[in-house]
Ligand binder design. Structure first.
Ligand code: BES
Ligand code: ZN
Length: 922
C-alpha cells in the first residue's frame, strides 16, 4: 500500500529538526525511518492528539509452557481531526493482520514500526473523518518478559521442589505497550474489555470480575471479564496462575480477595482484614465510593517494586503482603499495612483522578505516600505511624539538598526519565509538602479540598494545581490566629504558596536569631555544594511554626520574603521552630540559639516532643555539612541521647553518628577498631540497658518493638558483649532444635546476624532459608547472611541472587546494597555493580528506582578522591543507552564530593573521635 509522501509529512508537526535535538528530548534527530526502510510519519515521542482510544477489546493467550503469548486487540477510536494515519505504541512484539473496521467496511492497514520510540503507524488509504467511529484490530505475539515489567513470567518452587510457572503484568509506567498495542500515555483513558485464554489447571484474574468462562476447542478455557470504567493503560492488569484466594466484603459492599501461591495462602488473613478496613476508611474519607465491585490483592513471587495499584487488582511483593502472626515482626506489620494503604489510596489518587503526564507524578505518588500516614493514623492508632513520618522528610531532604535534585513537578519525556520520577522527591517530598499544607490549612479544610479535587476531576486527568477555589484569607486568619504579618493580601493564595514548593527544587534553610523580643528571620536555599551561585534566586513562602520556653502553643508566621522580623510577647530562654517537623525546611539557630537548645536538651529534653528532638538532631548535623555549625556543637547536642527513648530521635541520632563512624572506618579501620574496644561506656549501652528488662521479648508498642530490634541488632553488629553472648546462646538453642524453637520475633534479626558469623552457623541459616515458606523470616535470614564478615559467603550470596534459583533475582539489588554496607563487602558490591552493569540495567531497567538506589547506596559512603576517581571513571564510560544520563550518577558524585569536604573539615578535630567513639562504642 502506498501513502502519498505529502500525507506522511502532514502528520509530522514540525519540519525535520536540524539534528541538534537528541531523541531523548522527545524528537527524532532526523525524519525517522521505519524498520522496513520507509519514512515513519511521526517524529515525536509523545503521541499525536488527532486520535484517541475509546474502548479496547483484548483477548490474551499466554502459553506457560512455551513462555510466550498471542493476542488480538480491537480498539475503538475517536477521531478528533481528519487523518489517514494512526500512531500508537507497541514494543518488542510481532504485529500482524491489522484491519480498519470503518463504517464503510473492513480494510487492511499498512503498518510501519519505529522501535526507537516504541511506535507503530497504521496507514489507511482513505481518510478517517472527524467525529465518525472507527475500530482497528491488530493481532500480536511476543515472549513473556524475562524482566519484571510488561507481561512477564514469574515462577516459584513448592515445598516438594516442583517449579511452577505463572504470568503477571506490571505496566506502569510505559510497559502496557509491551503487552498489547495501545495508546500508552496516562491521558488516553478508555474502557477495557479483557478476555484471557488459559489451561483448566490455572485461574485468571484481571481488573474486573469475571462474567463467564467459555470452553474452547482443544480443552482451553476463555475467561471473560466485565468492562472496566474509563482508565489509563498503565493500570490494566491480568494474572494467570495457580493461586488460591480468601475473600471478605467491606461495609460498602466491595468484595476483597487476597491471592497467593497455595502454600502461602495461610499468611493472607492480615492483609485481607487490613484491605477491608482501609478501603472502608477511604470510602468514608474521600466521600466517593470505591468505583469497582471488587478489589483483589495478589502476592507475586517475582516483583521488582514494592507494590502496584492496578485498578481492582493491586499486586505486591510477597514480603509486602504476607503476614504470619507468629513469625512476622512489628515492622513487617507496619510495612504491610502501609503498602496496602498506599495502593488503596491510589484507587482514587491516580486511578480515578490521574495526572495528565508523568511530570506531575507526585500528584498521585506524593498523595498516596501521604495518605498512608493519614489512613493508618486513624484506622490503626496502635501502630503510631506518626512516629515515623518525619523520616520521609529526612529522606527527601537528602536528595533535595544536592544540585542534581529537581522540582517536584519536572518535565520528562522518555521512558528512562519517566522511571526516574519514581524517586524520593515525588514520593517523600510530595508527602511532606502536603503534610505542611494540611498543617497550615487545618486538617478539616485540607480534607474538604481533597474531596472537591477528587470529585471535580473524577475519570479525568489533572495538572499541578491544588488551588480549587481560592481560600479566603480571613477564615484562615481567624482559625489559625495568624500574626498580622502573615499576609497582606485579601485572599490566602494557596496556589502561590504551593508553587514555591512544587516548581522550585530544593528547600529553604531558615536562620533564626533571637534578640530580646525580636526574632530575625532569613531564608536561603540549603545546598550541599561549594558553589554559592547555585543558591541564588530561590524564595519560598514558608508556613513557619514555633514554640518558646514560655508558651507551648503553636505559633504561626508565613515567611514570604528573604528576611523578616517577628516579635515575641516577652523575652524567652529558647525558641524551637518547625514544631514536630511538620514543615519542609531546616532551621539554623544563630547567635546563642543552638546553645540554648543544647541546654534545654541536657536538662529537660522532654520539654520538646520526640519529633522535635529528632528534627533538631537532623538539622544540627546537616548544618555541620555546610559549615554553618561546628561539629563539636552537633556532638554536644547529641550527648543527651543517652536519655533518649523515642524511636525517631534515637534512630536519627544513630543515623547521623554511624555514617561518621563509617567514613572514618574506611580511612583507618585498625586504629578505629582498637579504640572501639577500649572504650568503656557509651550512650548506646545506656539505651540498651534501659530497655534491658524486656530486651529479649516481643512486648511493648510498635515503636518500642521496632526500636528494640534496631538497638539489639546494632549492639550485636557493634559487638556489645552482653548482647553477643545472649544472641549466641539463643542461636545455638535454635540450631539444636533444628530451627523449630520459636524465638521472640523482634530479636530474630540480631540472633541470625550473630549466628551467621561462623561458617557452620551461616550454612545452617542458609539451609533454613532455602526451605522456609515464611516470607518475613526468609527476609531476615537473607539480611543476616549478608551482614557476615565471611568474605566467601558474601560472594556466594551475590552469586546466588544473580543466579535466581535459591535466592530470587528480585532480591539481588537488596543483597548488593546490604553487602555494600558491610565493611567486609563494600568492595565486592562495587566490583559486582561495575562488572554486571549491563545485565543489571537490562533486568531492572534504566532509570528505575531499583538501579538508582543501588548506585547511590553502594557508593554513598566513599569519601576519598581515589574512590571518586574510580566512580567517575566507571560512570564516565557509559553511553546514553547504558545510563550515562541518569540522575543518580550526579547524585553519587555530589555525595562523595560532600563526604570528602566533610572529612577534610572535620577529621582533624580530635573531639570527633572521642565523642563519636564514646557514643558508639561498647
Ligand atoms: N505506582 C507505584 C509502583 C511503581 C513504582 C510503578 C515504580 C512503576 C515504577 C506504587 O504505587 C508504589 O508507589 N509502590 C511503592 C510502595 C509504596 C508503599 C511506597 C514501591 O513499589 O516502592
Ligand atoms: Zn504509589
Amino acid at each position: 500500500m502506498l501513502v502519498a509522501p505529502v500525507l506522511l509529512l502532514l502528520l509530522v508537526p514540525f519540519p525535520p529538526s536540524s539534528g541538534a535535538q537528541l531523541p531523548n528530548q522527545g524528537q527524532a534527530k532526523d525524519l525517522p525511518i521505519a524498520t522496513n526502510g520507509q519514512p515513519f510519519p511521526w517524529d515525536r515521542m509523545r503521541l499525536p492528539k488527532t486520535i484517541s482510544p475509546l474502548h479496547y477489546d483484548l483477548t490474551i493467550h499466554p502459553n506457560l509452557t512455551t513462555l510466550d503469548f498471542t493476542g488480538v486487540a480491537r480498539i475503538e477510536l475517536d477521531v478528533h481531526e481528519d487523518t489517514s494515519i494512526i500512531i500508537l505504541h507497541a514494543k518488542q512484539m510481532q504485529i500482524s493482520n491489522v484491519l480498519l473496521l470503518a463504517p464503510e467496511g473492513i480494510r487492511p492497514l499498512h503498518v510501519l514500526e519505529y522501535p526507537h520510540f516504541h511506535q507503530l503507524a497504521l496507514l489507511s488509504d482513505s481518510v478517517l473523518t472527524k467525529g465518525r467511529k472507527y475500530e482497528v484490530q491488530l493481532e500480536f505475539a511476543a515472549n513473556l518478559s524475562d524482566s519484571y515489567h510488561g507481561f512477564y513470567k514469574s515462577s516459584y518452587r513448592t515445598s516438594s521442589g516442583e517449579v511452577r510457572v505463572m504470568a503477571s503484568t506490571q505496566f506502569e509506567a510505559t510497559f502496557a505497550r509491551a503487552a498489547f498495542p495501545c495508546f500508552d500515555e496516562p491521558a488516553f483513558k478508555a474502557n477495557f474489555t479483557i478476555r484471557i485464554i488459559r489451561e483448566p489447571r490455572h485461574i485468571a484474574i484481571s481488573n474486573m470480575p469475571k462474567v463467564k468462562t467459555v470452553e474452547l476447542p482443544g480443552g482451553l478455557l476463555e475467561d471473560h471479564f466485565d468492562t472496566t470504567i474509563k482508565m489509563s493503560t498503565y493500570l490494566v492488569a491480568y494474572i494467570v496462575s495457580d493461586f488460591l484466594s480468601v475473600s471478605k466484603t467491606t461495609q460498602h459492599g466491595v468484595k476483597i480477595s487476597v491471592y497467593a501461591v497455595p502454600e502461602k495462602i495461610n499468611q493472607t488473613a492480615y492483609a485481607l482484614d487490613a484491605a477491608v478496613k482501609l478501603l472502608d476508611f477511604y470510602d468514608n474519607y474521600y466521600d466517593i465510593p470505591y468505583q469497582l465491585p471488587k478489589h483483589d490483592l495478589a502476592a507475586i513471587p517475582d516483583f521488582q517494586a514494592g507494590a502496584m495499584e492496578n485498578w481492582g487488582l493491586s499486586t505486591y511483593r510477597e514480603t509486602g503482603l504476607l503476614f504470619d502472626p507468629d513469625r512476622s515482626s512489628a515492622s513487617d506489620k507496619l510495612g504491610i499495612t502501609k503498602v496496602i494503604a498506599h495502593e488503596l489510596a491510589h484507587q482514587w489518587f491516580g486511578n480515578l483522578v490521574t495526572m495528565e503526564w508523568w511530570n506531575d507524578l507526585w500528584l498521585k505518588e506524593g498523595f498516596a505516600k501521604f495518605m498512608e500516614y493519614i489512613s493508618l493514623d486513624i484506622s490503626y492508632p496502635e501502630l503510631h505511624v506518626d512516629d515515623f513520618f518525619l523520616g520521609k522528610c529526612f529522606d527527601a531532604m537528602e536528595v533535595d539538598s544536592l544540585s542534581s535534585s529537581h522540582p517536584v513537578s519536572t518535565p520528562v519525556e522518555n521512558p528512562m526519565q519517566i522511571q526516574e520520577m519514581f524517586d524520593d522527591v515525588s514520593y517523600d517530598k510530595g508527602a511532606c509538602i502536603l503534610n505542611m499544607l494540611r498543617d497550615f490549612l487545618t486538617p478539616e479544610a485540607f480534607e474538604i479540598g481533597i474531596i472537591q479535587y477528587l470529585k471535580r476531576y473524577s475519570y479525568q486527568n489533572t495538572v499541578n494545581d491544588l488551588d480549587e477555589g481560592r481560600l479566603k484569607h480571613r477564615e484562615f486568619c481567624a482559625k489559625r490566629n495568624l500574626p498580622s504579618g502573615a499576609s497582606s493580601d485579601d485572599e490566602l493564595d494557596v496556589r502561590a504558596i504551593m508553587d514555591t514548593w512544587t516548581l522550585q527544587e530544593g528547600f529553604p534553610l531558615v536562620t533564626v536569631e533571637v534578640r530580646g523580643r525580636e526574632v530575625r528571620l532569613s531564608q536561603e536555599r540549603y545546598l550541599k555544594t561549594d558553589d554559592p551561585s547555585l543558591t541564588e534566586g530561590f524564595l519560598w513562602q514558608i508556613p513557619l511554626t514555633y514554640m518558646t520556653s514560655t508558651s507551648n502553643t503553636i505559633q504561626r508566621f508565613l515567611l514570604k520574603t528573604k528576611t523578616d522580623i517577628l516579635y515575641l510577647p516577652e523575652e524567652v530562654d529558647w525558641v524551637k521552630f518547625n514544631v514536630d517537623m511538620s514543615g519542609y525546611y531546616m532551621v539554623h539557630y544563630a547567635g546563642e540559639g543552638w546553645n540554648s537548645i543544647i541546654r534545654l536538651l541536657q536538662h529537660n529534653h522532654t520539654a520538646l516532643s520526640g519529633n522535635d528532638r529528632a528534627n533538631l538532631i537532623h538539622n544540627v548535623f546537616q548544618l555541620v555539612s555546610i559549615g554553618k555549625v561546628r561539629l563539636d556543637t552537633a556532638l554536644e547536642l547529641s550527648l543527651y541521647l543517652s536519655r533518649e527513648t523515642e524511636i525517631m530521635a534515637v534512630t536519627q541520632g544513630f543515623g547521623e553518628l554511624v555514617p561518621l563512624y563509617k567514613l572514618m572506618e574506611k580511612r583507618d579501620m585498625a586504629a578505629l577498631e582498637n579504640q572501639m574496644k577500649v572504650s568503656k561506656d557509651s550512650s548506646l549501652k545506656t539505651c540498651i540497658n534501659k530497655m534491658c528488662k524486656n530486651l529479649w521479648t516481643d512486648s511493648g508498642s510498635v515503636s518500642e518493638r521496632v526500636l528494640r530490634s534496631y538497638l539489639l541488632l546494632f549492639a550485636c553488629v557493634r559487638n556489645y558483649a552482653p548482647c553477643v553472648t545472649k544472641a549466641t546462646q539463643l542461636f545455638n538453642k535454635w540450631k539444636d532444635s533444628d530451627g523449630t524453637l520459636s524465638l521472640p520475633v523482634d530479636i530474630t534479626m540480631a540472633v541470625f546476624v550473630i549466628g551467621a558469623r561462623t561458617p557452620e552457623g551461616w550454612d545452617f541459616l542458609f539451609e533454613k532459608y532455602r526451605h522456609s515458606m515464611q516470607m518475613s523470616v526468609k527476609s531476615r535470614m537473607k539480611t543476616a547472611m549478608t551482614v557476615t564478615s565471611l568474605q566467601d559467603k558474601l560472594t556466594w550470596c551475590v552469586h546466588l541472587a544473580s543466579y535466581g534459583e535459591v535466592m530470587k533475582t528480585q532480591d539481588l539489588p537488596g543483597v548488593v546494597v546490604s553487602v555494600s554496607k558491610n565493611p567486609h563487602g563494600y568492595k565486592l558490591a562495587w566490583d559486582f555493580l561495575r562488572a554486571n552493569w549491563h545485565t543489571l540495567i537490562k533486568k531492572f531497567d534504566l532509570g528505575s528506582s531499583t538501579i538508582s538506589h543501588m548506585v547511590t547506596q553502594v557508593t554513598n559512603q566513599y569519601s576519598t578522591r581515589e574512590m571518586l576517581d574510580e566512580v567517575r571513571s566507571f560512570f564516565g564510560s557509559l553511553t546514553e543507552e547504558t545510563g550515562s544520563e541518569m540522575r543518580c550518577i550526579q547524585q553519587t558524585y555530589e555525595t562523595i564530593e560532600d563526604n570528602i569536604r566533610w572529612m577534610d573539615t572535620n577529621l582533624p578535630l580530635a573531639v570527633l573521635r572521642q565523642e563519636v567513639m564514646h557514643f558508639l562504642s561498647m
